[in-house]
Design a protein around this ligand. Sequence first.
Ligand SMILES: Cc1cc2nc3c(=O)[nH]c(=O)nc-3n(C[C@H](O)[C@H](O)[C@H](O)COP(=O)(O)OP(=O)(O)OC[C@H]3O[C@@H](n4cnc5c(N)ncnc54)[C@H](O)[C@@H]3O)c2cc1C
Length: 487
Amino acid sequence: MTIDAIVVGGGINGLTAAATLARAGVAVRVYEQAATVGGGCRSAELTDDGLLHDVCASVVPLTVASPFFSELGLENLGVELVWPEVQFAHPVDAVRAAIVRRSVEDTAASLGKDAGAYRAMVEQFLPRIDYLVDFVTGPLLRWPGDVATAVRFGSRAVLSADLLARRFSTEEAKAIIGGCAAHSTARPRAAATGGFAIFLALLAHSAGWPFVVGGTQRITDGLADYIRANGGEIVTGHAVSRLEELPAARAVLLDVMPAALLRMAGDHLPAAYRWQLGRWKHAPGVCKVDFSLSEPVPWLNKELALAGTLHLGGTAADIARAEDACNNGLHPDRPFVLAAQATLFDQTRAPGGGHTLWTYCHVPNGSTVDMSERIIAEVERYAPAFRDVIRRTHVRTSADYQQYNPNFVGGDITGGAPTLLQTAVRPALTFPPYRTPLKGVYLCSAATPPGAGVHGMSGHRAALSALHHEFGKRPTSKQSAGNSSAT
Ligand SMILES: Cc1cc2nc3c(=O)[nH]c(=O)nc-3n(C[C@H](O)[C@H](O)[C@H](O)COP(=O)(O)OP(=O)(O)OC[C@H]3O[C@@H](n4cnc5c(N)ncnc54)[C@H](O)[C@@H]3O)c2cc1C
């Protein structure tokens, strides 16, 4: 086969890049170092035989919102989604919890005197959610199109979560902000953490926070089938160390982190670009604990059993302390824990019965500490009989994650620390950001805009850029999901 383009790395972004190229008629080959494609989008029997766990990503609001997947149609990849009744919940003590449903009205009604402030925060943006998704899933340094909406959203998004939470008086409403912002791994006092919070809350009321029936790996498996059906080739078990090893091709797209690009091609890159890549900072890591359970978690507050995702760790102030600790290189006694209970909504993952609980907490980058006892203690605050239903646990520390996937540097799952600078300039000041100074070489990983998550937009936009600059193909509306002005 004559190869026109090569993709290194078969994560969600490498695969969306390859799918975009293959659909445009480009002969593409993907090299993946692991035995299977998927990267952070894989599912496996981590505990009991037959019980399926999501190894990394599990909750997929960004897949639903993604312009790439909307245009391609998830159903065309054989992907089916299931939405919980409650998109996410955040207990602030053993009985009280913020309960976020698809309906803004129902969510606001549960927030007492913060109902009006919550509605004001989300309702002004929901009518323009498609525009906002398109804008924030691309490079932020570009002409925004709808200037009025961009300025209105930007003026709130640039706030810290801490400042944004001060608009509310109930612990529940503050927790919605603190919990959503904490996904970013940044300190809640950091600029732009408010933007993460508003955007994730908006997704709860638009795309929702669903699971993939049968595990998130169905998305990457579906993409792999799509690439092959469009003439592409996938080679697994093949790690690429240097660009010189690759067969000749007009374009090379790299689903790798900046430090890996330096190792692969550093001596060929201009000094100014090398310097920028060398300054790329990574975020705290995660320690993930997967549980197999004999029964669902016995929550004291029964509404928590309706939620797909839970934010645990106490009030917004408690979570701020935990996130500060991780950013200071400390392991918090009471960590911020993200939990998901997929089998309550997708029984195909547990054909033999039983349940899973997917959890992870933030820890310092590179940590080797097993946080399972601290995670169990946090769940027990809201479900004192939790330990009685645990059958088995599977633990992966931050150091293990880097071993599992070299893109998770020190266990950082966000593709780089989400500072204001690194959010705006990912990973270096080039236009478009996917293009490197090397002719035909592109970066397409989560270290490029828009960053982490199962949306595939880094790969898709990098591929559009390559189609334009290397193949002289202006993407048609069929090939170009979303605003392609930044390619
Ligand atoms: C524990 C955890 C929980 C998460 N939860 C969620 C969630 O619920 N929702 C969500 O949206 N996101 C979540 N994420 C984040 C999401 O998984 C990532 O943002 C996403 O997978 C990034 O995709 P990517 O293609 O950029 O990189 P990756 O998925 O990391 O894929 C990169 C691929 O490239 C391969 N590779 C790297 N270097 C080489 C090389 N030199 N040669 C060949 N192959 C190479 C790797 O093996 C890997 O398969 C989570 C991540 C983790 C780890």
